[in-house]
Design a protein around this ligand. Structure first.
Ligand SMILES: NC(=O)c1ccc[n+]([C@@H]2O[C@H](COP(=O)([O-])OP(=O)(O)OC[C@H]3O[C@@H](n4cnc5c(N)ncnc54)[C@H](OP(=O)(O)O)[C@@H]3O)[C@@H](O)[C@H]2O)c1
Length: 184
């Protein structure tokens, strides 16, 4: 798959490395922007408050499937008029949109491939995103678990505070797994 990552830091760069290892072609864009017209999937991985600036610097996003990994915390809000960054993204692209890869620690990406069982990767978004999210989660070493449609993206963005609180309460950086009982 041809993938463009917008944001080449911990999340964007980390997933780009894993996806390239899985055989995908990945273009990495930073704050200087660029063109995404040739991509089959786009990952948005910039600071949560930089989403508007980031999308305005990238051309060729119309109709693209976007996986939005951004988080909002510390009182930061999505762009005015939107409940979540992911819904803002969809208003810009008009394409299939998912909130994904926002609830996993990038610092552990290098260890996920060796896990006894695949950790979960929560996502919320359009039905049409199911295949891409499942494949790109799998190719990064995770198993996608759906939280709901795009109206649940705000709930997912709000999980960042919970995840930090768990981490800071003694567990440190962690992975998680949500699975049906038959997989016990
Ligand atoms: N780190 C994690 O474990 C983690 C986990 C889940 C979700 N997230 C979320 O993922 C997002 C990225 O986190 P990160 O840790 O990867 O951040 P990071 O390492 O600081 O990387 C941020 C990237 O965003 C780019 N950027 C910054 N401002 C920009 C702007 N105005 N326009 C376009 N690009 C801009 C930077 O561009 P340059 O390369 O040009 O500097 C950089 O490539 C955040 O929303 C974060 O909350 C992070």
């Amino acid at each position: 798959m041809n993938i463009t990552v917008i944001g080449r830091g911990n999340i964007g760069g980390g997933l780009a490395d894993l996806w390239e290892r899985a055989g995908h072609q990945v273009s990495r864009l930073g704050r200087d922007g660029g063109d995404a017209s040739g991509s089959e999937a786009v990952l948005l991985a910039v600071p949560g408050v930089a989403v508007e600036a980031a999308l305005s610097s990238v051309t060729g996003l119309e109709g693209k499937t976007v996986l939005d990994a951004t988080n909002l915390y510390g009182g930061a809000r999505p762009p005015a008029g939107f409940s979540s960054n992911a819904e803002y993204v969809k208003s810009v692209t008009g394409g299939t949109t998912a909130k994904a890869f926002s609830t996993n620690f990038a610092s552990l990406f290098g260890r996920v491939a060796g896990a006894r069982v695949r950790p979960s990767n929560l996502w919320s978004g359009d039905d049409e995103a199911h295949g891409v999210v499942s494949q790109l989660s799998h190719d990064a070493g995770f198993e996608a678990v759906r939280l709901g449609d795009l109206s649940m993206a705000a709930t997912q963005e709000g999980l960042a505070g919970t995840i930090f609180a768990i981490s800071q309460s003694g567990l440190g950086e962690f992975v998680y797994r949500m699975a049906p009982p038959e997989q016990l």
